[in-house]
Ligand binder design. Structure first.
Ligand code: HEM
Length: 240
């Protein structure tokens, strides 16, 4: 195999790395959601019932189903090679995922406003759910509006932001699990701060990747960003 062919192959497989990581991370809340759906449908009681959901379970069911589709199919939308090879898939799945993303955010906001707040949480969780749930909604709407005007760069950036906020659910589970292992059950302020921090982390990573992609690239920057190639390729097919 020639050096060029070898480097193209490794660039291609590296382009899958970040989306594969996102898929893996997204499986945390998806698995929790599957247990909740089993509990709500009476198939299994592996997860204890939550009396806050029981009177009106539809929003949480819609939330879990749409979030599952978003977490499973979403990462593929960011794989440049796949998008180039299967443009129709990107368009058809994209439409479904826009609907799922909007449903995740809308049901998340509905549950924040109308379900009783979870025990051991406070106003910070309430406010951050409203802020980030609305930000997810707005990002997806802008991402859709700009692609209708053929602004591919803007579309990629806004969809990456919307997806990063959605994936906050997974970062929260990870961060709260680690915190509990290290320091025991978090109190209200720690719990709510870690939840908000997870969204901030996800958005910061998305913003960093978007900005790297748009920054002018000298030979020196190309050398210094070589190690983040997979992340750049994730938000941009043009990043080599
Ligand atoms: C892809 C992203 C997401 C996934 C996979 C996800 C997953 C889940 C799951 C599995 C539950 C059920 C929890 C349980 O059974 O106790 C849930 C509940 C909830 N989610 Fe999400 N979620 C996502 C995004 C969001 C976003 C962006 C918001 C923003 C507002 C949100 C707000 C909520 C709320 C308010 C609840 C009710 C849970 C409670 O208060 O105890 N979710 N989510």
């Amino acid at each position: 195999m020639s050096v060029t062919a070898r480097s193209q192959t490794s660039a291609g497989s590296a382009g899958w790395l970040a989306p594969a990581g996102l898929l893996l991370l997204g499986m945390l809340p998806v698995i929790a959601g599957a247990f909740r759906l089993e509990q709500l449908s009476g198939i299994s009681d592996a997860m204890p019932a939550n009396p806050r959901f029981s009177p009106v379970p539809l929003p949480v069911v819609l939330h879990i189903v749409s979030a599952t589709l978003l977490s499973v199919l979403g990462p593929l939308q960011f794989v440049a090679g796949f998008r180039r090879r299967w443009p129709t898939w990107h368009r058809v799945a994209g439409r479904l995922l826009v609907a799922c993303g909007l449903l995740v955010a809308l049901t998340g906001l509905w549950m924040t406003l109308f379900y009783a707040p979870p025990d051991g949480t406070g106003v910070l969780l309430f406010v951050s759910r409203i802020v980030f749930g609305s930000a997810m909604l707005v990002s997806i709407v802008i991402g859709l509006a700009v692609i209708l005007r053929r602004d591919v760069q803007g579309h990629r950036a806004w969809m990456a932001r919307g997806y990063a906020i959605g994936l906050g659910a997974a970062t929260q589970m990870l961060l709260l699990m680690v915190a509990e292992i290290v320091a025991g059950r978090p109190n209200e302020l720690t719990h709510d701060s870690l939840t908000a921090l997870s969204w901030v982390i996800n958005l910061a990573v998305a913003e960093w990747a978007i900005r790297k992609r748009h920054a002018p690239r000298s030979r020196a920057t190309k050398r210094s960003t070589a190690h983040v190639g997979p992340v750049l390729r994730f938000v941009s097919p043009a990043a080599k």
